[in-house]
Write a protein that binds this ligand. Sequence first.
Ligand SMILES: Cc1cc2nc3c(=O)[nH]c(=O)nc-3n(C[C@H](O)[C@H](O)[C@H](O)COP(=O)(O)OP(=O)(O)OC[C@H]3O[C@@H](n4cnc5c(N)ncnc54)[C@H](O)[C@@H]3O)c2cc1C
Length: 381
Amino acid sequence: MTTNTAHHTPTDTPERADLRAAVAALGQSHSGDIDELWKEAGKLGYLGVNLPEEYGGGGGGIAELSIVLEELGAAGCPLLLLVVSPAICGTVIARFGTEEQKRRWLPGLADGSVRMAFGITEPDAGSNSHRITTTARRDGDDWVLTGRKVFITGVDTADATLIVGRTEDARTGKLKPCLFIVPRETPGFEYHHIPMELAADERQFELVLDDVRLPADALVGDEDAGLLQLFAGLNPERIMTAAFALGMGRFALAKAVDYARTRQVWKEPIGAHQAIAHPLAQAHIELELARLMTAKAAYLYDSGDDAGAGEAANMAKYAAAEAAVKAVDQSVHTLGGNGLSTEYGLARLITAARVARIAPVSREMILNFVSHQTLGLPKSY
Ligand SMILES: Cc1cc2nc3c(=O)[nH]c(=O)nc-3n(C[C@H](O)[C@H](O)[C@H](O)COP(=O)(O)OP(=O)(O)OC[C@H]3O[C@@H](n4cnc5c(N)ncnc54)[C@H](O)[C@@H]3O)c2cc1C
């Protein structure tokens, strides 16, 4: 548990094992300032490990990027924006952007000097993305975008937000999304902080897009291939959310195990009581199982199997979120009163761990997906 090699997965090549060890060391030496960590990780090439080398990235895949997020999380300093900036936005631009868009955005996303948020969720279309109403209309060569988004992470620190909208002629019927890069200072683009009960440096925002005028090249890729492009970004998002949850679960569990080894109120340390030891062992097993599924999802995605990755990424996100929620809960309990103290810093993870159960797709929507897509059961909605 305490040595880093114990955290290797079967898909860790020697290079990935080195990356894991190096990122873990960076996380452990981290001072507490998240912006400093972002800059340092960017300088070392960790933020863009998944992006193409010709645009300043590391030439790896989501397997590498998920290692970075998991290990920073396991060290107690997850960079939540990794889920969005290089994983969703970087992937979508690298796979579908024009040559000019790639040259404009990818080098900055890769070294961390540019950050991009991602906005799909709307007040009346949470789990049901088919209902989004943010609409883009053509005006000469420009696009004019109008709509509202909620819970968008990191807009205040992001240079731009990748907004999922739909064109006017696609307002009804099945979602035919199109993706627009909206720089933060564009006139008509407003963002308001939504206070959240979360232990996280990254904040969530409501967005109001009121006739936001964008040049033609704000549209990423093809207006007719939006769904494909969107899904290309959503699988990495799920895999990265799994990595986020796994890192947090490992961090909490390691604290609890340390505590249980030494805390003594009877003749043996509390970790000798099976009522304390077994749930911790169970939490460890469940985290390890979820790590395997996450490695599988990353492997499938990086091999170009988008369909196979879709199912695996959903399952990995589900398993990792459930394992993290349980690991955090059990860890808090293991510390008794100290579990709720500010000094030990565990109680603040209770709500943070639950983010992975809700976002980017809730536990129930994954169970729906597996019921319908994998098991072929009928749909109730
Ligand atoms: C911390 C945080 C950060 C976020 N960051 C971003 C971001 O950066 N960008 C972004 O676009 N979004 C972001 N989100 C939004 C997130 O993706 C949504 O909250 C999520 O998709 C759920 O949507 P909702 O909140 O509208 O819940 P709803 O869709 O209203 O669902 C409410 C409950 O009903 C259940 N439910 C809904 N439909 C069904 C059904 N058919 N069957 C069974 N149960 C159902 C859900 O599982 C859930 O438990 C973030 C959310 C949080 C909490």
